[in-house]
Design a binder for this molecule. Structure first.
Ligand SMILES: [Zn+2]
Length: 181
């Protein structure tokens, strides 16, 4: 078992170096907080349009801007490593992990697919701020009703597990509840 442990240790060290580099790049490209929020809102607005034909290049540019200031990881363990590299306090790190885990677990349990966790870095003065999100996809076969109902379920999940809902979660739930299919 010793060689296995050694192997694992090397992998963790490599992963840590990789995440250090990704975090550094995200910090270097971090947007000012107002620009970050505006960019995110605009992107959500454009991607929610029924006909996106005229917005494709703007969507592409905005996505690139967001991606440069973010780090995407697959697993909760990697997210934990990433948060430890951030300037977020320990208590917040723990509640963020539980929160994102709740979204992801619930999505998987309902037949959606939890793809990744995304940590976005933004700046406020000379300090960094962070937003963490989950990327979840749905099977193509689902109709709009199923899409909507399942999204609401996993967006609400952290509260169900005794945690908090973010302002963005609350907005998303309200918006979905108001969407008529
Ligand atoms: Zn959330």
């Amino acid at each position: 078992m010793e060689s296995n442990n050694k192997m694992e240790k090397i992998n963790i060290e490599e992963k840590s170096i990789e995440l250090d580099e990704l975090m550094k790049r995200a910090e270097e490209n971090a947007l000012d907080s107002e620009e970050f929020m505006a960019t995110r809102k605009r992107l959500e607005f454009l991607t929610s349009q029924k006909d996106r034909t005229n917005f494709l290049s703007e969507i592409w540019d905005l996505k690139k801007k967001m991606a440069k200031s973010s780090v995407t990881v697959k697993t909760l363990y990697e997210l934990k490593m990433l948060l430890e590299k951030s300037k977020m306090d320990k208590e917040t790190q723990i509640s963020v992990l539980a929160h994102e885990n709740a979204h992801g677990n619930k999505a998987d349990s309902l037949g959606a697919k939890h793809e990744s966790y995304i940590l976005s870095v933004w700046k406020i003065g000379d300090k960094f701020g962070y937003s963490v999100g989950t990327h979840i996809t749905h099977p193509d076969a689902w109709d709009k009703d199923k899409d909507k109902n399942v999204s609401i379920e996993y967006t609400k999940a952290p509260e169900e597990y005794g945690g908090y809902l973010s302002d963005k979660d609350k907005e998303d739930i309200e918006q979905k509840n108001n969407t008529k299919n």
